[in-house]
Design a protein around this ligand. Sequence first.
Ligand code: AMP
Length: 126
Amino acid sequence: MPYESALTIPLVSDCLFCRIVAGDIPATVVRETETTLAFRDVNPKAEVHVLVVTKEHYVDVATLAQADPGLAGELLETAAVVAETEGLLADGFRLIFNTGEYGGQEVFHVHAHLLGGEPLGPMVCK
Ligand code: AMP
């Protein structure tokens, strides 16, 4: 069923993930709560690769966690529920927040990468 937004919070018009939250850009949504949205990454890096975002726009996880720790917790809760519904709890998974230039962040709307479904290898390559 296509994702339909019933949003009442302010969005940033030129932000890709705000536009997904608004329903302007299609995404394969796997879970929605009042404050968060989880959808499949368009370029998956693992068998399971889901992005979890807050509907409200925050630039990155540090900004979110300092501005609204409760909402940061809700993002983590959504990630945990999706990890369970995707069957990742038994074998484990990885949750990544790329942050800023050195972190390799490309989309400046806070998002957790939930990765799993296969062995993921070393955390970083040197
Ligand atoms: P990051 O480098 O941490 O900012 O990650 C951004 C992620 O967004 C990348 O893994 C992209 O593959 C993903 N992405 C970009 N455009 C879309 C889209 N339209 N739908 C779903 N995922 C996307």
